[in-house]
Design a protein around this ligand. Sequence first.
Ligand SMILES: Nc1ncnc2c1ncn2[C@@H]1O[C@H](COP(=O)(O)OP(=O)(O)OP(=O)(O)O)[C@@H](O)[C@H]1O
Length: 362
Amino acid sequence: MTEEPIIKLDNINVTFHQKKRTITAVNNVTVHVNRGDVYGIVGYSGAGKSTLVRVINLLQEPTSGSVIVNNETFFQATDENAKKTIIGGNALRDRRRKIGMIFQHFNLLNERTVTENVAFALQHSPLKDEEKKAKVAELLELVDLSDRADQFPAQLSGGQKQRVAIARALANDPEILISDEATSALDPKTTNQILALLKKLNQEFGLTIVLITHEMQAVKEIANKVSVMQDGEIIESGSLLEIFAQPKEQLTREFIETATNIDKAIETISHEALVHNLKDNEVFARLSYVGDTTDEPLITGLFRDFNVTANILYGNIEILQETPVGSLLVILSGESAQLKAALGTLRDHHVTVELIKGGQSL
Ligand SMILES: Nc1ncnc2c1ncn2[C@@H]1O[C@H](COP(=O)(O)OP(=O)(O)OP(=O)(O)O)[C@@H](O)[C@H]1O
């Protein structure tokens, strides 16, 4: 039996009414997050990401749809005018405590020390004072900030502030952590440290993470599933590998490009003499593959079996979820029939071949 998703958002709509305007921030979105997922939701500013994730803990009440977290119905309404089911009061407060959140601007209390900021999250906890103290110390140890316990936020770097926020978000032992652009205000090195910490929390404690961001790089580092959002809708979803290896939508391609630079490489290389003056028996192509496509080196095989030579002009291999994802820009030269056969062999080995220039007859 497959496990129920820990977060089930079905047919979620969120509309805001402003004077004469109606804004559809989230339009019929369905997202299922499994326990242990790091689920990336990518989109440009205004796509509706924040509104969507705030629905998970009902910080934003949907206009309609259903929100089920940990098998409990938080919200249910078939449409705007239908009778709605919604948890509220103490029950909602309790459930919210079990869903940690971190934000771009950390949202720390500036007048309180690091310890006090984390302890603040435990104010309604049933733990005894001594236990709370021990819990805060343990959390600061976890985020590697024990030596900063008595400092104030103003004395910390951005990365350290975000680690305080993470410790605070974990204080009530949540099973879910929502990260809303948590690395967007940080430099690349600090971003990687925070992402590494989130990955550790996911792997060691099984924390389910919903990561919303406009940075595909962040998603690439730690997510296993991705949804791309545009104008309130999810336009594409899949595993990280599916999205990176075979993006379907133009916007998805744009996001991937920001994390791989392959389009830029194609553009630059297209102006080089070798490609510019491509000969009749040559083709400029992009070869993409996921995983170890074969035990044999394919490029060597092209020459051995088809007398086709490959001049590699650019190569990029990423390791996504322990799986290599490669892209090569090559000029293949050979007799037309042989070239055709060579490309067929590549495709048989699950290499995606995209002819960029030449090869009209292939
Ligand atoms: N409380 C609100 N009242 C009216 N409109 C809102 C409200 N909250 C969000 N919106 C609108 O809903 C749309 C989606 O906003 P949202 O903040 O969810 O996008 P986002 O993808 O998270 O972008 P950003 O990263 O810039 O926050 C925007 O057009 C926004 O102006």
